[in-house]
Design a protein around this ligand. Sequence first.
Ligand code: TYD
Length: 397
Amino acid sequence: MNKVFLNLGKQPLANSFLKNVDKNTLRNEFFYNLKICFNTKNYLVSIKKPVNPKKQYTDKYAHRASESKTMKLAFKNIAKKLFKRFRPKKIMEIGSNDGVFLKNFKKKSVIAIEPCKNLAKITKRLFRTYDKFWNLKLSDKLIKEKRGEIDLIFSANTISHIPDLKETFRGIYNILSKDGVIVIEDPSLLKVIQNNSYDQFYDEHVYVFSTISINNIIREFGLRLFDIEHLSTHGGSNRYYICKEEGKYKNTLRLKKAIKKEIYFKLHKIETYLKFSKRVNLSKKRLLTLMKRLKTKNKKIISYGATYKSTTVFNYCKINSKIIDYVTDTTLNKQGKFTPGTHIKIISPNVGINNQVDYAFLGAWNFKKEIFRKERNFLVRGGRFITHVPKVKILNK
Ligand code: TYD
């Protein structure tokens, strides 16, 4: 049974940055209710009413995975590692973005699935790409075209975006070779709970998976979780290794430990989520109180990183351009636009990080180390960061 434990209110699509804020644009801005629920049977945490994916993954999808040096290197390393461990002949990626992962393999051995046409267009020049949503029908089509029997399916930050898990895993089972492996990376629910990072909930994250929920779900489709790795990406993610029920891989000790740990932290109990919800409410109150207090002292506050996560924070906490002067972001196609729902201008950090700024809210808190290294001058001259993770705090180191 699904029980709602958190209501993050009316939210826009996290990546729907606005070109302008004229009346007509604002009148047409799309909002939905962001309520989060817990399934008491399979322990899955999900958005109560997900947005239609056709509204989200269009030919204007902004996120380009190759733009972050950190992510580019991470994908190169995992590609190498997976090749060494499993020696796959055929590789497929679900949600291949601009090809940042698949580029590391021989062109002829890979298949890319990417429904955002602007992104699929980039990789079509390099290797076989299907600009379609992943489902059972597409897996049948690939099998008919003699592109089945895939040895390695990789999917980073995508499976948690697909509302229909049944279609997803049935399609995966259909196309996987006998001893094939699926590797899935997604934000860790345990980390979200421990970090109070409620901003991992936004329209694209239909699910925030735990090990115990993934373990329960895939079993319904003849699949088995056999290994796990904990990653630091996106503030704490898990990399799940899955094979067919009868596949040759043995369940690892670290998987058993991960499951034990989640049970210890009671991720299978509704009480855990109700307590989390209370902490989230408190976090909102504290962040608003802090920012309003700083404003009464005439301090200039900006935000660092126009992240999807900060769409949730700003809209939930009702933080707008009266509080935040502007947001800085290195991504060229975000600059000059306005934040979804709260309409704060986004500018380049080259212009925005200047001597007038007193405080910068860490929208990209998951890159804290990198940002603090980069902005040493800002800190030395007395600039301060504000974070809400794991608690609302002013940071100077
Ligand atoms: P990301 O980590 O993908 O978060 P989300 O999934 O919530 O959008 O986005 C990080 C954003 O922060 C991205 O738009 C780039 C920006 N950014 C900067 O502007 N400066 C920086 O130094 C870093 C590390 C990121």
